[in-house]
Design a protein around this ligand. Structure first.
Ligand code: BES
Ligand code: MN
Ligand code: ZN
Length: 522
């Protein structure tokens, strides 16, 4: 294994000063999950129910106590117990409850996937919050693992971002979710060890992406993740500032950042808990904390959205956070390539030529094709420093990918076709779905340039493929590499069971956490 490249300036850069950022007054702590075995006897209750009167113990005892009042209510409302359906009923006489939200669990004999249990949990939580405006108590007579996945889904589905509301508008009722389950201890142990760290990673990542760009910029991104990683085992952090970038010849990321008052950063987190000497998985994220387009300035109409242009970087850090939280036995490195893309008297221009860390020169054709520039240095650094077993980049790279695949699939590109199927399958399994788009020699030809080695946009190729080819130019052909263009899926107002809040989806964490667990964890 290579020895890590330490230098005085790197060590100096790591010794960050912790300024209390302007946003830290209001926190947005992830919802806490409580497991208990005792059913409350009054108030509001969410009650999971299978089809065909296979109700489970909690429903049975409520039915008994209310002298068949529950049965009666079920008959009257024609509630069948199908998965993802629900029915709000008034608490039956003598049951003690004000209201009960019946939640369908489907047929008891049909095996459901982890994702289906998560969706049931998220859907139930969202409906309960709507109906009760209170922290819900949810009773599910299901085995421990299923219960844990319900809890996980509920925590994701209940995510909210209300820190900029005034106090009266903040959503206090979502502080805590209580799950009543038969195997309280097993559910809690499994949940705490395996799922809660991922849920927290997703909360932090969504928070980060949702933050406005006056609060979240390269340095504050670094400070926040540094806080989150503080005290975690097997973690080491390194941060390159603009001078380190110049010293290392990272002219591509430096050029993107040079127009901003908020200088670029490259944040590297190593999580080395696998076998010594095993090549790590390297994850590289596009971290444009705001993308105005630079001198090739964007249309103002949707420009505000470009605060999400750091979502790839956030999910990269989030994935490492999830793995470290689970104590996964694996070697992983996360790299966030951070810059703010602004027009100014010091900004780079179309036609400029920059030299990347790889030595390859790049002609800037559009300063709005900036994501691939920060990735050029991030990928080259990751590939050559770590000689990875797999390198994956996550980037809100092109409008083209988002037009092609919409909001349901991230676009996947690779030179290693055997990876395509594995990623598609893991996407289905985890809910972060991907679909392949082409990458071939023509796409690499399309970015050849007469002045420099390459140019940062290829007008004669589909935009998403040209972007992928550009990123691939900075990765050795022998390194297994997957490029995920998440421009369409990183954010949106569309809701689903595990996401009810508008904004960030934290796309990529579930996919990569699952992928690394399946193929790399020992
Ligand atoms: N951040 C944008 C891509 C984007 C666009 C993400 C819309 C989400 C929604 C990226 O930096 C960009 O501007 N890409 C250009 C590339 C072009 C100039 C070659 C694009 O897609 O138009
Ligand atoms: Mn852009
Ligand atoms: Zn961008």
């Amino acid at each position: 294994m290579k020895s890590w490249p330490f230098s005085a300036s790197i060590i100096a850069a790591v010794l960050l000063t912790f300024s209390v950022a302007a946003d830290q007054g209001r926190n947005n702590s992830p919802t806490a999950i409580n497991f208990t075995s005792s059913v409350p006897s009054a108030g509001h209750l969410v009650l999971g129910m299978y089809e065909d009167a296979e109700w489970g113990q909690y429903a049975e005892s409520i039915d008994k106590k209310s002298r068949r009042g529950l049965q009666h209510a079920i008959k009257a409302t024609e509630f069948e117990g199908k998965a993802m359906t629900s029915q709000l009923i008034t608490g039956p006489m003598d049951s003690g409850y004000d209201q009960i939200l019946l939640v369908g669990l489907g047929n008891k004999n049909d095996k459901k996937s982890e994702l289906q249990w998560q969706n049931i949990g998220g859907d139930a939580l969202q409906k309960a919050v709507k109906a009760f405006k209170k922290a819900p108590v949810m009773a599910f007579d299901v085995p421990a693992k299923e219960a844990a996945h319900i809890a996980y889904g509920a925590k994701l589905g209940g995510y909210y971002f209300d820190k900029y509301y005034t106090e009266e508008k903040r959503q206090k009722h979502q502080d805590k979710i209580t799950l009543v389950v038969p195997d309280r201890k097993d559910a809690k142990d499994f949940y705490t060890a395996e799922l809660d760290p991922v849920a927290n990673a997703i909360w932090y990542t969504r928070d980060m992406s949702n933050e406005p760009a006056n609060v979240l910029y390269p340095q504050s991104f670094v400070e926040r993740w540094t806080q989150h990683f503080k005290g975690m085992k097997n973690i080491s952090l390194r941060v390159y500032d603009e001078e380190d970038m110049l010293a290392k010849g990272m002219g591509a990321i430096y050029g993107v950042g040079q127009g901003s008052q908020r200088p670029p950063r490259m944040m590297i987190v190593e999580y080395m808990a696998g076998r010594k000497g095993d090549a790590p998985v390297v994850l590289v994220g596009k971290g444009i904390t705001f993308d105005t387009g630079g001198i090739s300035i964007k249309d103002p109409k949707n420009m505000w959205n470009m605060k999400f242009d750091m979502s790839g970087a956030a999910s990269t850090m989030g994935t490492v956070f999830a793995l470290a939280g689970r104590n996964a036995r694996v070697n992983v490195v996360g790299i966030a390539a951070l810059a703010e893309n602004m027009p100014s008297g010091n900004a780079q221009r179309p036609g400029d030529v920059v030299t990347s860390m790889s030595g390859k020169t790049i002609q800037i054709r559009s300063t709005d094709a900036e994501g691939r520039l920060v990735l050029a240095d991030g990928m080259y650094y990751g590939d050559t420093t770590y000689d990875p077993a797999l390198i994956v980049d996550l980037a809100t790279l092109t409008g083209s990918a988002s037009r092609a695949l919409g909001k349901d699939y991230a676009a996947l590109f690779t030179r290693h076709d055997e990876l395509t199927r594995k990623f598609i399958d893991m996407g289905k399994f985890t809910g972060d779905e991907v679909w392949p788009l082409p990458l071939n020699d023509n796409h690499f030809k399309a970015i050849e340039n007469k002045v420099a080695d390459v140019m940062n946009s290829g007008p004669d190729a589909p935009g998403a493929s040209a972007g992928a080819a550009f990123v691939g130019t900075f990765v050795r052909e022998t390194t297994p590499w997957v490029h995920l263009d998440i421009a369409g899926v990183a954010w949106g107002d569309k809701t689903n069971p595990t996401k009810s809040s508008p904004g960030s989806t934290s796309f990529g964490i579930r996919l990569l956490n699952g992928y690394i667990q399946q193929y790399f964890e020992k």
